[in-house]
Structure formats: structure tokens, C-alpha cells
Design a protein around this ligand. Sequence first.
Ligand SMILES: [Zn+2]
Length: 486
Amino acid sequence: MANILGGLKPTALWKNFEDICKIPHPSKHEEKIREFVLSWAKEHKLDHQVDEVGNVIVRKPATAGMESRKGIVLQAHLDMVPQKNNDTPHDFLKDSIIPRIDGEWVKATGTTLGADNGMGMAAAMAVFEATDLAHGPLEMLLTVDEETGMTGAFGLKGGLLKGDILMNLDTEEEGDLCVGCAGGTNANIKFNYTEEPVPADVQAYVVKVMGLKGGHSGVDIHLERGNSNKLLNRILWFANNNFGLRLASIDGGSLRNAIPRESSAVITLPKASTDAFLKFVKEFTMTVTHEYKNVETDLAVSAEPCDKPAFLIDNKTTKNLLNAIYATPNGVMRMSQDMKGLVETSTNLAIVKSENKVIDVQCLLRSSVDSAKEDLENMFAGVYAMAGAEYVFDGKYPGWKPNMDSPILKEMLAAYEKQFGNKPHIGAIHAGLECGLLGGVYKNWDMISFGPTINFPHSPDEKVNIPSVEKFWAFLIETLKNAPKK
Ligand SMILES: [Zn+2]
């Protein structure tokens, strides 16, 4: 293949990126790219190692006169998201990504480009193979499987890396410095119920809450959108207490990390109270439409008659469930005290579903502050213990609390302003990043994340901005040159 990106600067970074494009490396298939990096390390006589989960570590000593600087770990992930257009006959396990230049951008041809995170890898390699840069002791950490489970970051052991500073190269907007992320915990709750016969003199209905916007349970949680499980529960709870509603089945939400947009329940009512119930549903619809008028314009509630269900959920369990769902914390719990506008702690009541004598409730708890997440877990434990449910917390991963006094942040702010004449944007994300996990293992690390501008990652429209790569590189080598002393 001809050298497509040969004319771009910095030359070494773009050459490495083009080489990376040639090697298939979708998530969970990092063998070939790992071999490529290892043979590259051998060729450049760099100390290297593969850990037990397949992460690659490469080491480079300090350049002359820089031995007293703090050690820096340059980190990127080995894998890329394999997405292609329907009409693109591309095999991500065999075929090379074909990059092409389009104005100020480099794109692929009908596929994801893998600039996320090939740019980070290519930059780290360019630093390690350079002979004309000044830097302290360096380590490179390339993780596997960032995109589909972060198993590389989850599996990284302590003691392998000696550095003091972690520079993650996986942020997608040049001029952004990311200094924090949220950790997570799954709350899994079970109510066991018994099935009871359906009385003769009842009418069955399907009650639905629909048309909500939903969104990502982390990065969209501050938008105060409606939660269909919570809204449906308001109807069921009230009608259970006032109109003799009985629950036959319930089904709300679909993904743990999505704000639920649609929930439904099959219920029965004594025939004598159907009119009062339908009037209440109408009033409730008006009430919530008003409550959410600025965020949920397509909110719809319905109650349609249906066939009698085969059984009812026993009423004690129904009451416990409806009380507990009402009392379950949901949405933003606390805003960050370190960074204005950042959500610190939140929770999403994602799924409520009955099946085979069990009602499952699934929630996702997030916080950049681990102790706040534990506090939130205890709120759940309190609610669901009172409701007589079984609950377990799993899938826990730590957050990364923004440290506005971070030495590397201060140095990079100064370096950026000096180089480019404007201040970078300091941000954090209310979702999981590898840094949270890595910092959970290496608790002494001062961490920061940055990178060139990449648009539409994870899609066939993915593209990386060429001028931003040059700035990213200049900023990276200047930062290494000015690394804080030990
Ligand atoms: Zn990435």
C-alpha cells in the first residue's frame, strides 16, 4: 500500500498511525496489534512486557539531564470499535483500514477509522522512538478491550508501573483537558412473588407511559428527563391505594445505562372503580405533562382495556414493590463541589420487569467520589431491606475525583497557554473511563487525559482533524519536556 498519510506532520506520528491502520484490531481481537507493538519495541531496543490480561507495557529511560523528573505513563487502548456502512464489504478481522485525506480531516473508507485510540498509540510510539526529545522516565501502557468492557483496565495489576503521572491519550477534543470521571455500581434487586387467581368481577387494563426522550444514564442524567418507571409507578401506587388496583405484570426500561423511555403494566381493577381510575389517569397525564413541559414534549400515558391476565401478583409483594420504587433515589443526587456544572453522584432506575415469579429491578449508581457512591448504595440497601427484597451490588468500578490542585494539570495549563495563547478547557465526564479503574489500582497517580479532535468516533463517519494532531503533538512533547521534578 502506498504511503497515503506521508505528507502529514508530525511525520513519525502519522506513519505509526498508518501502520496501525494496516493491522486489524477490533475489540477482543488485539493479538495482531499487540504483536506489532512488541516487534516495534524490539526493533527500537525498548524494554517491554505483556501482562496477564494482554495489556502491553513498554519502558524508555529518561533522556540525559532529565533523570530527576517524575515518571510519566503514556496510556492508550489497543482496540477499536468495528463499525461499517452496510454497503462496505469490510472484514474487521482481516482487512486493513484505508485512511484517506479529506480537506483538514483524515477519514476511513466506509468504516470506523480507529483514530480512537490509534492516535494515542501512534503518538506514544512516536515519543518512544524519537531521539531528539527531552523527557523523564517514560512508560507506555496500552490496554485491551477498552470499548467493550474495559477488561484490560479492570485486569491491570499494581506494581507493574513505576510512574507518578498518568497521561491518558483518549480524549476527543483538542484543547480539552479531562480530569475526572464517574465510577459505577449495579444494583440488582429481586422480589419473589406468588401467583394468585384473577377474581371474576374485574376489568383488566394495559397502562403505558411512553414517548420520553431517555438518553445515556450518565452524561444525560442532568437534563432532568422523565423516567418512565418512576412515572408509571406513580399511577400504580395511587391506584393500588385508592382503587383496588392489582398488578399482573410489569415491564419497564431495557438497558441499565439508558434512562427508561417506555414502561407498561397489566393490571386489574374492580369493575366498580374503573371510571374513577380512568378519570385519575386523565388528570395524572395533565399533571405530568405540565411538570415536564420543558423537557418531555411527547410524553404520553394510556390505559386500554385488555384480556384478563392468567394470574395476579400477590398484593403484599405488589405493595412492597410500589412503595420501594416510589422511595428509590433517582436522577442527580449531588453536583460536584470541585467542578462547576459536573454531576458528582447520580442514579438511574433503569429496569423493572416481572417474569417467572420474580420482579427484577436494575439500577445504575454513579459517582466520581467513591464514598458518595457507597452512601448511595446504602440508601438502596435501606429501601429494599424495608421492602423485603433481595439485593446485590456488583460490577463496581471506582471513579476519578477531579483534583483541581493536580501538579500535572497546573503544568499543562501553563504550557498550553504559553504555546497557543489561550486557556484549554478543563472538564470531566459523568461516565466511566479507564482512568477511574487505573487510578483505583495506582492510587498515587496524578492523572490527566487529552488528545486531538476526533469527530463521530464509533461510527463510519469517524474522522480526525489534521491541524489538531499537530497541536496535540506539540503540546505533548512540551509537557514531557517540562515534567515536574520528583
Ligand atoms: Zn477510546
